[in-house]
Design a protein around this ligand. Structure first.
Ligand SMILES: Nc1ncnc2c1ncn2[C@@H]1O[C@H](COP(=O)(O)OP(=O)(O)OP(=O)(O)O)[C@@H](O)[C@H]1O
Length: 309
């Protein structure tokens, strides 16, 4: 059975002077999705999110929400969870007071908010800092508090704008687990992030935006099926990598220079390994040969590059 649609966006458009920041995009998010909203810098992600959060208004288009809490006097924005790109909490208040206050204005009882806040502070290894002012915490720890603030009231739908930025790799991995956990417990997630290896661990749907326009909208598995059928080989050479000569191999689609000795070669869809091995055997001084999976990162770069050209 198809899952219930929680958010439907149709023909959304926003212009800033002569820039189409968001250019007639449409998508829908269903209950239980982790919907990855991806795009390069300046693509229009934060503008779209700000429109969804009612911070700015669209010039054209329609947004419909289907949240269980609608109609009980709370605004849509207060029913949602939101981790904004620009962080900002009450620096001068003790952490626990900020969290309880923020959950309160979103309709959560004080006693329940306190229990939930302590639960998340324990999880994020910050329980012993609960009574300190936020400004005494490191930037990464402040970000953890802001994440707690966005999900404490157990929203049906949370928007996380760049949740991994500013975290070390260990905390980034932990946050993947936290996102999976809130999603498992019933929160639908719209996630905007640049770290593709993290995104592909948690998302089931992907929307790719570039220059305000849709360039992919579908499931994560479909994006691999449609665009992922490519072989990638990392090559290292004793001396300078012979970029020009490798690019003459007819099956080569793209070459990325890692450094002067290393290259990453992407082959056309359907390329077989054996003829490539034969061709590469003609190159002197190969010190490393490694096949790789074509990742979401590669697909993303390729789709954006093709859209620009
Ligand atoms: N208030 C504004 N006034 C004028 N232009 C704006 C404004 N806000 C955004 N823009 C422009 O709209 C475009 C989209 O910006 P947006 O912040 O939505 O991109 P983004 O995808 O979130 O980028 P990033 O990944 O860098 O955060 C950019 O060209 C940006 O300069």
């Amino acid at each position: 059975m198809a899952k219930q649609e929680i958010l439907k966006v149709e023909g959304l458009r926003k212009r800033f002077k002569d820039i189409d920041a968001v250019n007639k995009i449409s998508f829908s998010v269903a209950e239980g999705d982790v919907f990855a909203f991806l795009g390069p810098n300046g693509a229009g992600k934060t503008t779209t999110i700000r429109i969804l959060m009612d911070i700015i208004h669209a010039d054209e288009g329609a947004i419909s929400w289907n949240l269980k809490g609608q109609g009980n006097g709370f605004s849509i924005a207060s029913l949602l969870g939101y981790l904004p790109e620009e962080r900002g909490l009450y620096l001068d208040l003790p952490v626990i007071n900020s969290l309880i206050y923020l959950a309160g204005i979103r309709g959560m009882q004080k006693s329940k908010a306190k229990i939930a806040a302590m639960h998340w502070l324990e999880k994020l290894e910050l329980a012993d800092r609960a009574n300190e002012k936020l400004q005494a915490l490191s930037k990464g720890n402040q970000q953890k508090i802001q994440f707690i603030a966005s999900i404490l009231h157990e929203p049906e739908f949370v928007i996380l704008d760049e949740p991994f930025s500013g975290f070390d790799p260990i905390n980034q991995e932990k946050f993947i687990e936290f996102i999976k956990e809130i999603n498992y417990n019933g929160t639908t997630v719209l996630l905007s992030a640049h770290q593709m290896p993290l995104v592909e661990k948690v998302a089931n749907k992907v929307f790719l935006i570039n220059d305000g326009c849709e360039i992919y909208n579908g499931s994560l598995s479909d994006i691999y099926n449609k665009f992922g059928d490519r072989m990638v080989i990392d090559l290292a050479f004793e001396d300078h990598a012979p970029l020009n000569k490798v690019s003459e191999i007819e099956e080569v689609e793209d070459i990325e220079s890692v450094d002067e000795k290393q290259i990453k070669v992407t082959f056309m869809p359907g390329t077989k390994m054996e003829p490539i091995l034969n061709k590469l055997s003609g190159f002197a001084g190969i010190t490393e040969f490694r096949t790789q999976k074509y990742t979401l990162h590669d697909i993303f770069l390729n789709l954006v590059k093709n859209h620009r050209s």
